[in-house]
Design a protein around this ligand. Structure first.
Ligand code: AMP
Length: 208
């Protein structure tokens, strides 16, 4: 199974990805996680990506494309993969297509999680992360248990200002990849305006 998860920031991609990779026994490739790791390790890629990420902008295509192509070429990806947060621009989608064609494989499904903008801001600004486990919480919708409440952190790009910049980028840069996949016949849509379990149920239904 080779799949892509697409949706605005805060749509629940990370949460749903956890269930999906377990269900299909595929590798989870989150470009946001990979870039954050590069930044905290201080690699050359991390140094280049840092300022774009802090501002809620997109890291340049050539950097992200090279990172993903290297990653999907690793042996664990032969059994399939889930791309979470990539592609985010039309050139990224096209570069992925070329790479998959070269490898003689194809995407099975592009799953779009749809959530209205006004909900996204509330979701993102309240989002907190446990840096030890990567578990995601929300100060209102899913408060962290007492014993870890003191250690959860807010991502640097989860402020309201950066969130609005990311939403704008989503509409201008990422939304145009949707018709590209619709034309390929791989696109499936899910309404993400519900609690995570309900969204998972809807995804199951759509995937059949
Ligand atoms: P995410 O965790 O998916 O929300 O990604 C966090 C940030 O990493 C984004 O706001 C971008 O700055 C950067 N990023 C992640 N994936 C990509 C991508 N495919 N293309 C460009 N920038 C990306």
């Amino acid at each position: 199974m080779r799949m892509i998860l697409v949706g605005p920031p805060g749509a629940g991609k990370g949460t749903q990805a956890v269930h999906l990779v377990e269900r299909f026994k595929i590798s989870h490739i989150s470009t946001g996680d990979m870039l954050r790791a590069a930044v905290s390790e201080g690699t050359e890629l991390g140094k280049q990506a840092d300022s774009y990420m802090k501002a809620g902008g997109l890291v340049p295509d050539d950097l992200v494309i090279a990172m993903v192509i290297e990653r999907i070429g690793k042996p664990d990806c032969t059994k399939g993969f889930m791309l979470d947060g990539f592609p985010r621009t039309r050139p990224q989608a096209e570069a992925l297509d070329v790479e998959l064609q070269k490898a003689g494989v194809a995407l099975d499904v592009v799953l779009q999680i749809e959530v209205p903008d006004d909900l996204i801001v509330a979701r993102i600004t309240g989002r907190r992360l446990d840096p030890d486990t990567g578990d995601i919480y929300h100060i209102k919708f899913k408060p962290p248990p007492k014993d870890i409440a003191g250690q959860v952190i807010q991502r640097k790009d989860d402020t309201e200002e950066a969130c609005r910049a990311r939403l704008e980028k989503y509409h201008s840069e990422t939304a145009p990849i949707i018709p590209f996949y619709a034309a390929q016949g791989t696109l499936k849509r899910v309404d993400g305006n519900a609690a995570p379990d309900e969204v998972s149920r809807r995804i199951e239904q759509v995937l059949g």
